[in-house]
Design a protein around this ligand. Structure first.
Ligand SMILES: Nc1ncnc2c1ncn2[C@@H]1O[C@H](COP(=O)(O)OP(=O)(O)O)[C@@H](O)[C@H]1O
Ligand SMILES: [Mg+2]
Length: 355
């Protein structure tokens, strides 16, 4: 099921916006960013503009940065694609390049989000007449800062704001010098989705993405694990591990010292909480963790689900649709912050500092 589909039943101001973009495209590549709250009709608007512009024979790129409710697969990344013709839904767009975010909740990943959108938009606008950027519905508080940062990095020709009232006033004022702000109302046809419906839509996406996956053995000496405090600094020796394990009643899988101690452990007895200076990572939190295969260009070639890590010989078992013969092109295995099953079920989010 798709949340947003192509429709011409849009408020008339969308046709005016469309004409503005068309006029601007005569001068050179145009970048358009669409922002607004959850279910404000962002994706529907992007789809409307996309089909029209493609129909005019223009080359159009779509950057999908709505990590909470992606249209273009895979989830938890920012993706970019060049549809060849009109699409019934943005979900039908094939994503050509992806930047790994690793979670569906970008609050703690503002840096990644801004870099992702600005890199992919820049790549897109080198090749496309018009680049359309869809964004998350996270627009209040720090979400507003995230939108401002994206605008400052991308400098779109147009920032289209979809508002129910004038809730985006602050954002509109803070970016006025970097872009032309166009404020439109939310269509009365826009419909709200409950958290359960949103989760179920995400489940479908995960399931579809991991459909043709198999478990690959990844050599973490060749494909470097990143995005975590683990694996950095000096490895703890046997004595240190024994000491910590007795002190806290832990089973210790691995440990490192780099400014502070980082250990991967499971509780053997009652949970005990260490003091500052010791960062304890629960082994269980690593199972079914989302990871990204990153290439030399820093882009994400595929997602994976971490099934097992053997610290003794630095091997990881990762369920992924990435073909095995492409593994040698990967330089990093980046750790995300959501645990998910190939059935599509989400097991929970982790905080950035937990890993
Ligand atoms: N102009 C419209 N006509 C019909 N349905 C619309 C229109 N705008 C939005 N919707 C519907 O409202 C819902 C939310 O729109 P969507 O584009 O997914 O919002 P967003 O991307 O901002 O979360 C979707 O089910 C979509 O089909
Ligand atoms: Mg959307």
């Amino acid at each position: 099921m798709n949340k947003a589909e192509y429709t011409l039943e849009v408020p008339t101001d969308r046709f005016e916006l469309y004409r503005l973009i068309l006029e601007k495209a005569v001068e050179g590549p145009v970048k358009v960013m669409v922002a607004g709250g959850v279910d404000s009709g962002k994706t529907t608007l992007v789809n409307f503009l996309l089909n029209g512009l493609i129909g005019e024979g223009l080359k159009v790129a779509v950057v999908d940065s709505d990590v909470g409710q992606k249209s273009i697969l895979p989830p938890a990344t920012v993706s970019m694609g060049f549809p060849e013709g009109p699409v019934r839904s943005l979900s039908d767009v094939y994503g050509m390049y992806h930047y790994f975010i690793g979670t569906t909740s970008p609050g703690q990943y503002m840096g990644e989000m801004v870099v992702a959108v600005s890199r992919l938009t820049e790549m897109a606008s080198r090749m496309a007449d018009v680049t359309l950027v869809d964004t998350t519905g996270f627009v209040s508080g720090p979400g507003s800062d995230l939108k401002r940062l994206k605008v400052e990095a991308v400098r779109p020709d147009f920032l289209v704001l979809l508002e129910r009232g004038n809730e985006l006033e602050t954002l509109a004022r803070s970016v006025g010098g970097h872009t032309r702000v166009i404020r439109l109302g939310v269509s009365e046809r826009a419909r709200r989705y409950s958290p359960e419906e949103r989760r179920s839509l995400r489940n479908d996406k995960w399931k579809t993405y991991f459909r043709d996956s198999r478990v690959l053995e990844v050599d973490l000496r060749k494909i470097i694990p990143t995005g975590t405090a683990m694996f950095q600094g000096r490895e703890l020796d046997g004595r240190e591990k024994t000491l910590l394990s007795r002190l806290f009643d832990w089973i210790i899988f691995a440990g490192w010292e780099f400014e502070k101690y980082v250990v991967v452990k499971a509780d053997a007895g009652d949970p005990r909480f260490p003091r500052r200076g010791l960062h304890a990572i629960d082994f269980e939190g690593l199972s079914n963790l989302l990871v990204g295969f990153i290439n030399e260009a820093g882009l994400c070639e595929a997602l994976g689900i971490l099934k097992w890590i053997r610290f003794s010989d630095m091997k990881a078992e990762v369920l992924t649709p990435l073909p095995e013969d492409r593994l040698s092109e990967m330089t990093e295995l980046r750790f995300g912050r959501i645990r998910v099953l190939e059935s599509g079920e989400e097991l929970g989010l982790l905080r950035r500092e937990e890993l």
